[in-house]
Design a protein around this ligand. Sequence first.
Ligand SMILES: Nc1ncnc2c1ncn2[C@@H]1O[C@H](COP(=O)(O)OP(=O)(O)O)[C@@H](O)[C@H]1O
Ligand SMILES: [Mg+2]
Length: 157
Amino acid sequence: MFSIMTTTDEATQNIGRQLAKLVSAGDVILLDGDLGAGKTTLTKGLAAGLGIKRYVKSPTFTIIREYKEGRLPLYHMDVYRLENGGGDELGLDEYFNGQGVSVVEWSQFVEGELPEQRLTIHLKRNEANIDQRTLTFDPQGAHYQKLVEKLEAQRNE
Ligand SMILES: Nc1ncnc2c1ncn2[C@@H]1O[C@H](COP(=O)(O)OP(=O)(O)O)[C@@H](O)[C@H]1O
Ligand SMILES: [Mg+2]
């Protein structure tokens, strides 16, 4: 598995910007990590890379925010509030099969609704440095494996 370490908020956003060059319609990205791990920060970079200028705010209360002004629509979901169920009533499928890129924070709470093929990015804080994060890319399926290979190549350029 491919990992990247960052030591600033901006560096994590930059990974999102790089990812934005590689994503296509219907892509599903799951962001896995604790509160403050950098899930929303990464999403901000992805949005910026897609050309979305609007402020990207955590959809904690709304569950889903849609941004349509970029190269591709961005569907940003934070399903933390569905910890006790209810995710089956949201019609998440329509987003996952839609023309945009879906990014899901706390996806474990809607596990039953998720597509099998997806890119999971694990974000982990490190003990040694409060600003240090390790991002690990875990692709499921050939499409996402290729995407991660391209990201790796892009970073080595
Ligand atoms: N290397 C880093 N990567 C991402 N965020 C960082 C980093 N260092 C510090 N931070 C800070 O950590 C916090 C991450 O918050 P956020 O992205 O909202 O997390 P989450 O969505 O996972 O709860 C922000 O305040 C951000 O500025
Ligand atoms: Mg968040």
